[in-house]
Design a protein around this ligand. Sequence first.
Ligand code: ADP
Length: 447
Amino acid sequence: MFDKVLIANRGEIALRVLRACRELGIATVAVHSTADENAMHVRLADESVCIGPPPSPHSYLNIPAIVSACEITGAEAVHPGYGFLSENARFADILHEHDIAFIGPSGDHIRIMGDKIQAKKTAMELGIPVVPGSDGAVETVEEARTVADDMGYPVLIKASAGGGGRGMKLAETADDLEEAYTTARTESKAAFGDDAVYIEKYLGKPRHIEVQVLADGKGHAVHLGERDCSLQRRHQKVWEEALSPALNADQRAKIGATVADAMAKLGYSGVGTVEFLYENGEFYFIEMNTRLQVEHPVTEMITGIDLVQEQIRVASGLPLNITQEDVSFSGHAIECRINAEHPETFAPSPGRIEAVHVPGGLGVRIDSGIYAGYTIPPYYDSLIGKLIVFGKTRNECLMRLRRALGEYVIEGVSTTIPLFQRLLSEPAVMDGQYDIHWLEGYLAKSD
Ligand code: ADP
């Protein structure tokens, strides 16, 4: 096991990793930009190193500065959190060359899954069901037309290098195809420097269901059930729950086993999430995230497994000490992402936090780095906390969520707390009857 880990991230996830390290008896090194001198992850870490000015390309994405921070402090491993360098294969390789462990999968596995065409091909080869579509990249508009005509409309043109919903264009009919194809390529070239695109059948009313896996790179892998992240705004998850209200135990066991077997075969190491669209009882692979996810706590709440500790154990070379039979699911958990944003316009709301009161009590977890007197810098993501609630049943969980949201006070900046309070009076949310378009439709109606 490692003696000292450097946490290459900030905010709530840096704290989350720090807590896991501390419980494992591992010393922690925080890194921070000059804008984060007073951040909670810096205050709580055993040591801290300033790695640059506020803009993230000069600090949290600055690989030489982070490697130097490891060398100065003697950290043996780096936990990248999510975002920033967590899916940067070159970073994983560079650490490896410096004899520093990357708490995550191999650079090669990150590379495969970071390229959507390659990821989809790999998923198919491993027996994971995928969305029907083109066989790899589509080079010309004529080829696009042939594929789309054969498959039937609507179709989606997707960028191989895509992320965050960019480079993705819908063609409802044959008339839209040429424009969708051309814009997807241009947008992808501008955003990612790569204009490879592929075509997929567009699913009309799917849910977003993702399977959590844990693997040791030695051929052992288990699945930890699924999360339902269908409540999204602009392809960003807003509310996540485990387990999905849409699946039964047989469906869960089947898709879980498919994913775990695939990861064992791949020799994957660490935590990972295989994301699916789910419609009419069928799963369709969309992508794999080769890192810890924002919404991992809902899985922890229903399995009792600390995903970050497992990630660290596996990265230190230990084999998985959990078998599939050891994994059981109890109760229901929901996470609300609390952003410093206006709850109706979603405009960012950085600034000084005047007062904070967090909810507590049985089954309530807050992962957050804010405190009264803390100033949220304008340079980074607006996520300032996560409220995670557990209940024996989904209904109990919803009642507890309502109670906890009512206690949560953050003064000085706007937050998305009122949005969640509104959502709790919506029958679709209460009944778990929503697809990936529901929230956008609801927000458009209440404009
Ligand atoms: P990104 O990496 O850009 O986020 P994804 O492939 O993960 O791209 O897709 C993002 C979102 O786009 C999905 O969560 C879903 O809402 C929508 N989407 C992607 N593929 C399809 C599809 N074939 N049919 C319908 N919606 C899709």
